[in-house]
Design a protein around this ligand. Sequence first.
Ligand SMILES: Cc1ncc(COP(=O)(O)O)c(C=O)c1O
Length: 469
Amino acid sequence: MPGVIHLRTEIPGPGSRALTARRAGAVPRGVPAVTPIAVVHAEGAVLTDADGNRFIDFAGGIGVVNTGHRHAGVVGAVREQLDRYAHLCFPVSTYEPYVELAERLNRLTPGDHEKRTFLVNSGAEAVENAVKVARFFTGRQAVVCFEHGFHGRTNLAMALTSKVMPYKKGFGPFAPEVYRIPYPYCYRCEKAERPAPSSSKARTGARPDRCCMAEIEYFERLFAATVDPESVAAIVMELELGEGGFVPAPVEYVRALADFARKHGILFVADEIQTGFGRTGAMFACEHYGLIPDIITTAKSLAGGLPLAAVTGRADVMEAAHPGGLGGTYGGNPLACVAALAVLDAMDRERIPERARRAGERIAARFRSWAECYPCIGDVRGLGAMVGMELVSDPVSRTPDKALTARLIAGALQRGLILLSSGTYGNVVRVLAPLTIEDEVLDEGLAAMEEALKEAVAGTSGSSGRTPS
Ligand SMILES: Cc1ncc(COP(=O)(O)O)c(C=O)c1O
């Protein structure tokens, strides 16, 4: 049966090259071009470029199209809304799609308590606003965040973000009163008990047992030595790191942290911008932890491709700030709101979280089978379909292999698969395919990835693996 991938020209073809050349003359290089292709059409999990080449999309607009490109419900809702009004400015006049979306997010997010939601334009803006709200409510200034965390590119979000290159280098000074603790990154925990080099645990990167307890010591130390917990407004956390390399936090760690926060009147802000809306096999990653955050930030897949983000939280916390202190010109644009309502309908009707669980099992099983053959796959991990594999040049020292990762991704593109890396060391391959992807298309993408892995490994001296049967 013919597959979805169809390559008619070299990659990038002449059409893509022409547009990227124009781009170079018009757009600063600081806005990265992760792939060299120019796309003219997107549908489901398939992209068509300017030369008629068809690619399978494992990037999904960086986790924005969980419901697939051009979901029919989203397209229809936006078209209809365009015939009514495109923009009013919510602070000027109230419109129903905004109110309805706020009501639905209040119901959908974890916890039965009374909540409020307001809408902004991007993930970074949502995080900035979550901190604003937390500071106002608590009357405290400090914010605790994590190594390997990513929260956006605005000034405070950048301060909360942990990766220096490319996100922070040269862009300071950063917002003050930001305190960072190690993320419970089991595979790289300094205090982890390392499995013996010869053991199968060393080869597959199996989790050390006592890692997260060691990390808990770090936050206790921070509050004893560096910052008074009574001056901390909020802890901002991704329950599974996104840009930081698809690392899920251990349940016991999150519970201990949440208990500590509650004891000291610190608000728990869950950044679900990448983990949200089905990606982890639950509507929100919090659900895997039994965590009811005080505030939750969402964006990305919320509106199926339209720019929209939300801050949802306890009513008492959210109501604290004075009128005019929150909001903005475009926040909760009507087109984006109706798109989000269509996404939420699809999440339910098409059982997207359940599909994510199934897709995640398929992806992780495939990655694990590769890990049996290739020692360069140090770890396979993730919740639901938020699966990544960490590549290392040596499974015992766990030295990150960024070059191998780049070769794999470049090779995948040549085979018609759009793939992204992540991780502070650029050595994690992550899958953010639309959750609506058909099994055959997912398998075709994974087959392309396996070929690219084989070729990338073959190009590494001394780190070859055996060919999977
Ligand atoms: C967890 C997380 N928070 C915040 C952001 C920032 O979102 P935006 O790029 O929409 O500002 C991102 C973007 O990747 C993210 O993954």
